[in-house]
Design a protein around this ligand. Structure first.
Ligand SMILES: [Zn+2]
Length: 142
């Protein structure tokens, strides 16, 4: 009976870990999709400004063969390029953060499968099955 309890307890743990991985993957996808949407939006704005700059330059040329001052357009584009870079960096950072969390849970799942001990999701230190807190970093292991 004690053995059965232990086996079922372990399966529960594995199910919980799989659920955690699933929910992290869903969250990662929705975060990255939102950032991609923002990047697409910024790129659309950038294209519109380029188009406006082109129209302004062309109109000036048609009117009296003069050169329009396009400085304002270029500085807006520079600003947008900065925003796009920020979003790209955020995308990479968030992607890595989720991947790392998923990797650690997968590691714990592997450990649960091979009957060896588990690891702290926070710092990777081996932990006992009944530990409430990590002895290394103090993370809650409930
Ligand atoms: Zn720890």
């Amino acid at each position: 009976m004690a053995l059965l309890d232990k086996v079922f307890g372990k399966d529960d743990k594995k199910t919980k870990l799989r659920q955690e991985i699933n929910s992290l993957e869903l969250r990662k996808e929705s975060v990255l999709t939102a950032i991609n949407g923002e990047i697409t939006h910024l790129q659309g704005e950038r294209n519109n400004i380029l188009l406006e700059a082109g129209k302004t330059a062309y109109n000036a040329w048609c009117k009296d063969n003069s050169k329009a001052d396009l400085t304002e357009f270029w500085s807006k584009i520079q600003e947008l390029d900065g925003c796009i870079r920020q979003q790209e960096e955020k995308k990479a950072t968030m992607g890595n953060k989720y991947d790392e969390e998923i990797r650690l849970i997968n590691h714990n799942l592997g450990a649960a499968n091979t009957d060896s001990f588990l690891y702290c999701p926070q710092c990777g230190t081996p932990i006992g099955e009944k530990d409430m807190f990590c002895q290394n970093c103090g993370a809650s292991l409930k």
